[in-house]
Design a protein around this ligand. Structure first.
Ligand SMILES: Nc1ncnc2c1ncn2[C@@H]1O[C@H](COP(=O)(O)OP(=O)(O)OP(=O)(O)O)[C@@H](O)[C@H]1O
Ligand SMILES: [Zn+2]
Length: 744
């Protein structure tokens, strides 16, 4: 690994200035250093002394007179004479101004030290650009200094302004490397950096445009207009599954390319998006740049640099792509905007969709949110005129929306110990007979969610978390889906020592697979879950096999809901449509409709019509009614009517405080303390403290408090004041989650 070269700071006159440098560490503010005047600019990455270490940071401000009311109390202004000098500037692209403002904004909004947000932006620097390769150009030496043989002349004719490597020269001219060395020694050739071939070829906006329907054309026009206007605004692109939303927003990407600017597309599960990138390549002639957590070190740093130098024109990424240093960003698209996967729950907690809009605003470029089932937040913003609305009403071509039907599990129950109703089994058989493909969806990995002792009732629980262990029969283990704890399946009950008394309760997809094999011994079945299909190549292979009709039945967790397009897939069976509704989460119903609608949307996307069967015990539930009648908006109106009176989001604001400690007593002490000094303000309510649903997670005891306010109340100052002076021991923590979407 090569370190980036450290550039000396050129002194421009005598004066030195105070330079504030933000370090990727949990400090409340940037630290001040000294540098010669005009030697660095804001955004430059620099090396600084910190104690006995050297750290890389980013110049945040120069010679600022920090106003007293802006500086937090702990930011003491150190006199110039006591400041240490910068060690040098890294030979790397600087962070653009809009990105720095975004980092500050996000830090303030999420109540995170800004350095920790910066760390997300410059993580890629840990692995630096590969060393520059050198080649040869014409040198300024005296041509008569050397006898001009024919071989030497051939070399001089071959080299031009762009450097060529020795290997290329000898290959092109047929001379030996010695001739090249001789010319160099005589000064007739000079070393110069080789131009690296660009890592990402430029996508061609007119490579292969589709012929759009009138509806699509109108939608595309609205989007491309806003791209050309080069100003911030947000548009919701809503359209039923299979209506061509992707084709339509590709037109906006094309417009952005035509403007010569960069474009960022956020997808919720980028590592699984091979179908998306292939489509992109068919439309634009080349692959886009990818950005996600699984990118390897070399690829990661090369991509970071290509983006910083404006060479990567289209970046498709996970939420972390919001922190990339685009020098000329022209458009941000968030596909599947309703997805909760955009929320980062660990470390800095932020919502990728919401922050995409913030970034678009600070960069002053348009944002496009895309969904078949938009979130209530987004619909509300459309309603109050903050977002524009562009709608695609029908599926593309001759495809029709699938027929969604309910299987009432009380009336058509499965056989004892089974999970598929005879109605569903018959429907699958019928689709095999028509030589069509079917899919079974169950959002639960493993074999069974609970293992129970038949004689004493003991439940197999995680030793580190308050949760059940999930059996994975293929691997013969019990595992915790929260902390990853793994143990073998015991032969006897650990509590009463009864033999062979442990039974699996409830289904996971492994168990549904087992049952499907029983019903359809001949069928070619493929199981798709994040633990069996983690890597992009495994996913690509699965997609290939389904598309090539090597598979009759797909059984999967939520990864099968993603934007897949399989023309021969006509039947989708939802094994447990009620699954997401338990737990009392604010958005449980909304999320269930969105997920099941998305799954249902995989059926009948081409010529053959599709059918969706929902197995449910709650046929009268608004969620089931919405799915059967395919009336999403009516459902969202009910949702809205339920949330409005209590000022639940999006009609009010929420922030969660999660207390965790190494003992229940300590957790109770801190939670009690917070409860006792909870803010007492108009329009503000504090719920809790209460044990978190996951009262123990990874061995830590957890309590939750929920702050709920009217929409017009800013929660950050309230929380800052609330926590001021709260002293914690090293084993106690308070995590803040602004706009929480998980209530575990
Ligand atoms: N104008 C068009 N010309 C040719 N093919 C099209 C056109 N519009 C859409 N399609 C095709 O129809 C299928 C569905 O389109 P697309 O995937 O863009 O829809 P979507 O709304 O994004 O779907 P979903 O929300 O279900 O992921 C794709 O195979 C797409 O290539
Ligand atoms: Zn656990």
């Amino acid at each position: 690994m090569t370190e980036p070269s450290l550039l000396k700071l050129a002194a421009d006159g005598e004066r030195t200035v105070r330079v504030s440098v933000l370090l990727p560490l949990p400090f409340a503010t940037p630290l001040d250093y000294l540098a010669p005047e005009n030697s660095v600019s804001p955004g430059d990455l620099v090396s600084v002394p910190l104690g006995r270490r050297e750290e890389t940071g980013c110049v945040w401000d120069i010679d600022s007179d920090v106003p007293a009311d802006f500086a937090p109390a702990e930011a003491r202004i150190v006199p110039l004479a006591r400041l240490k000098p910068l060690l040098g500037r890294l030979d790397m692209p600087s962070l653009p101004r809009d990105l720095r403002r975004f980092i500050d904004w996000l830090a303030a909004y999420t109540l995170t030290p800004p350095g920790l947000v910066l760390a997300m932006a410059i993580r890629a620097r840990h692995t630096q650009p590969t060393r520059v390769q050198l080649g040869w150009v014409r040198g300024g030496g005296d041509p008569t200094a050397l006898r001009m043989t024919e071989a030497r002349q051939r070399v001089l004719d071959a080299v031009g302004e762009d450097a060529l490597s020795t290997a290329t020269i000898t290959e092109r001219t047929g001379v030996s490397a010695g001739v090249v060395r001789g010319l160099a020694a005589a000064g007739l050739l000079r070393e110069a950096p080789l131009l690296a071939p660009p890592l990402f070829a430029l996508p061609d906006p007119i490579f292969h445009p589709p012929r759009l329907s009138d509806d699509q054309q109108e939608a595309a026009q609205a989007l491309t207009d806003s791209v050309r206007a080069r100003a911030f605004n947000v548009t919701l692109l809503e359209g039923v599954t299979g209506s061509g939303k992707t084709e339509v927003y590709f037109e906006a990407v094309a417009a952005c390319l035509a403007e010569g600017r960069q474009c960022l597309v956020l997808l919720p599960e980028i590592a699984l998006s091979t179908q998306w990138t292939d489509r992109f390549a068919r439309r634009f002639g080349v692959q886009p740049a990818l950005w996600h957590s699984e990118l390897g070190g070399k690829k990661r740093r090369e991509t970071w640099h290509a983006i910083a130098q404006g060479q990567a024109a289209v970046v498709v990424g996970a939420r972390s792509a919001l922190f990339l240093p685009f020098p000329d960003l022209g458009l941000i698209i968030v596909d599947e905007e309703h997805e909760s996967a955009f929320k980062q729950e660990e470390g800095v907690t932020y919502h990728g969709r919401d922050m995409a809009i913030v970034r678009a605003r600070l960069t002053n470029v348009p944002a496009i949110l895309v969904s078949a089932t938009p979130s209530l937040e987004t619909l509300t913003n459309v309603e109050n005129g903050r977002y524009r609305h562009v709608v695609l009403h029908a599926r593309h071509g001759n495809a029709t929306l699938p027929d969604v039907r309910l299987i009432d599990m009380r009336r058509a129950p499965p056989e004892r110990g089974q999970f598929l109703s005879p109605v569903l089994v018959d429907a699958i058989r019928a689709s095999f007979e028509r030589e069509e493909q079917a899919m079974l969806f169950l959002n639960r990995r493993g074999y069974a969610p609970l293992t129970l002792c038949r004689s004493c009732g003991h439940r197999m629980e995680c030793p580190n978390c308050s949760s059940w262990l999930v059996e994975h029969r293929a691997r013969q283990i019990l595992t915790c889906h929260h902390c990853g704890h793994v143990e073998g399946l015991p032969e006897t009950c650990p509590s009463c020592a009864a033999e062979s008394s442990l039974v699996a309760v409830g289904p996971g997809i492994e168990r549904v697979h087992e049952e499907a094999r029983l019903h359809f011994p001949e069928a070619r079945i493929l199981v798709m879950a994040s633990d069996t299909l983690g890597s992009p190549s495994a996913t690509a292979e699965a997609v290939r096999r389904i598309s090539a009709r090597e598979i009759d039945l797909v059984i999967g967790t939520q990864i099968v809901a993603k934007g897949w397009h399989f023309p021969d897939l006509t039947l989708v069976g939802v094994v447990d449509a009620d699954l997401g509704l338990g737990g009392g989460d604010l958005r449980a119903a909304e999320r269930t409709v969105q997920l099941l609608h998305q799954v249902a949307g995989r059926a009948g996307r081409a010529e053959k019509p599709g059918t969706v069967l929902l197995q449910s015990y709650l046929g009268d539930h608004p969620v089931m009614k919405a799915l059967v009648s395919n009336d999403y908006l009516a459902f969202m109106e009910q949702e809205s009517a339920q949330r409005k009176p209590g000022f639940w989001p999006p009609y009010g604001r929420l922030a969660a405080l999660i207390v965790s400690a190494d003992s229940a007593e300590a957790a109770d002490r801190v939670a009690g303390l917070l409860g006792a000094r909870a803010p007492d303000l108009p329009g503000v309510q504090v719920l809790g403290p209460a044990p978190a649903p996951l009262a123990i997670l990874r061995g830590r005891h957890r309590r939750r408090l929920l702050l709920r306010t009217r929409r017009n109340v800013a929660v950050q100052p309230i929380i800052r004041q609330w926590l001021e002076g709260v002293k914690l021991s090293t084993h106690e923590r308070i995590d803040i989650d602004i706009d929480p979407i998980s209530f575990l």
